[in-house]
Ligand binder design. Sequence first.
Ligand code: NAD
Length: 497
Amino acid sequence: MKVSINPITQEVCQIPSVLNDDQNIDNFLNHNRGKKVVVVQGLGFVGAVMSLVCANSLTEEYAVIGVDLAEKESYWKIKSINDGVFPLVADDPKIEEFFNRTKKLGNFLATYDPKAYKHADVVIVDINLDVKKTLKENGALGSFNVELNGFKSAIQTIAFHCKEDVLILVETTVPPGTCEKIVKPIIENELSQRGLSLKYYRLGHSYERVMPGPNYIDSIREYPRVYSGTTLESANAVEMFLKTIIDTSLCDLTRLEHTNATEIAKVLENSYRAMNIAFAVEWSRYAEEASVDLYSIVNAIRVRKTHANLMYPGIGVGGYCLTKDPLLASWSRRNFFQSSSDLDMSINSVSVNDQMPKFAFDRLIQEFGDLGNKRITFLGVSYRGDVGDTRFSPVELLFVLVKNTGAKILLHDPFVTFWEEQNCSIESDLSKVLNSDPDLVIISTGHNVYREEHTIKKLLEIDACKIYDTIGLLDQGQISKLQTKHYISVLGRGDLK
Ligand SMILES: NC(=O)c1ccc[n+]([C@@H]2O[C@H](COP(=O)([O-])OP(=O)(O)OC[C@H]3O[C@@H](n4cnc5c(N)ncnc54)[C@H](O)[C@@H]3O)[C@@H](O)[C@H]2O)c1
């Protein structure tokens, strides 16, 4: 018997042995008779919330079916949605509001049965497309490769079941060239084999800029979008659909001429950010060597509008996107467009960013000495503030390195109850971890709760210890207050004494 464990509740779900969900799908469609059907492929951080946005469309009453895999990593999401519990923890009240509305209307079903695609007027592809990386001992990037097989088979599944006039909208971040060179041929080949016309299907690309966190829903619904189609008719169909879910009175839709262009736009956007961060890393080391505070330098420069997005230093780059998207771009350049060159600066940015947690660790040892037997509390394991997402979190490498010293570690995160990658539970009671008499507190994630006044007050109540702020969360006033009792060190701020 196969099971899937819900990482939020630890509930153990049995995966059905016969993967036929016809009855539930039929009941759902009967209940939603007359509505257009949107099927979202992939119920992860993007697809689950995109499903809510579609089910709460601005202009249409859609019946939304979310499809994920009946696998141990993902089946729990399907079960959780159908049990009425949204499978994500995030600090956006609109998520609950939107989900409650779908429960009231009965217009959102989750399933593992790919037969759902045969009912779809629109299929939105929100699955993962991974890059496999090997790292060198110092954390630098070794080699990497793009794993296209899972993506290809997902498209194949859609093409095997879909109607001949379906609109397929790819939102997954893909190596540029994918819609034209991979998706289109698979769909056309399959439709032809099924004896269907190739005239009526529509295929487009519109990448996600969703930002998990307090504005999760609005970062889809009220955020500018870039889109394209493989034909003029496809681009028009994508535009019409997007206008039903995106509030175009608040944000623009920008059409680009080709799917290659929108695909490049996505990876360029993220490569730009990854490079900006890598740039800050190099300068933060320099600033520390020169014993100056890079935060105040960056603030002074940021007043120039042309330099307003210069980044601050930090513990590293995490999450699913910035750690891989520059590599997708470089891979596509060589493999889809036969270039003999890589995107060297973009690749290097990933490598520099991947090494940051190791640097944060080395600096820690340099400053605090041997950590063996010390009691160390980490504040935050998520890769980003106010989000329960630990994928490729830079905290992980720092945690592993600190753990290997023999230190006794307590982990806190308000958004993560179980850290899947490290297979351990996470404490959610902040008082408990701070009252554990730590020798060192490492501020590792920018959750807002850590900068709130009550947290600073709590920190002032505990015995004198060392505080290592790896992300520049504390402001100058808070540092001054805490320095009256504790020793404070901030990555990138040079010598604070
Ligand atoms: N997370 C973000 O903040 C974010 C932001 C912008 C863009 N993106 C991009 O959006 C895409 C999805 O990201 P995510 O964070 O939601 O990933 P995720 O890993 O959280 O979710 C992907 C889901 O797709 C499912 N899946 C895989 N193959 C499937 C198949 N054949 N049929 C049905 N389901 C399948 C997986 O089981 C998983 O649940 C990626 O390309 C990512 O780069 C993510």
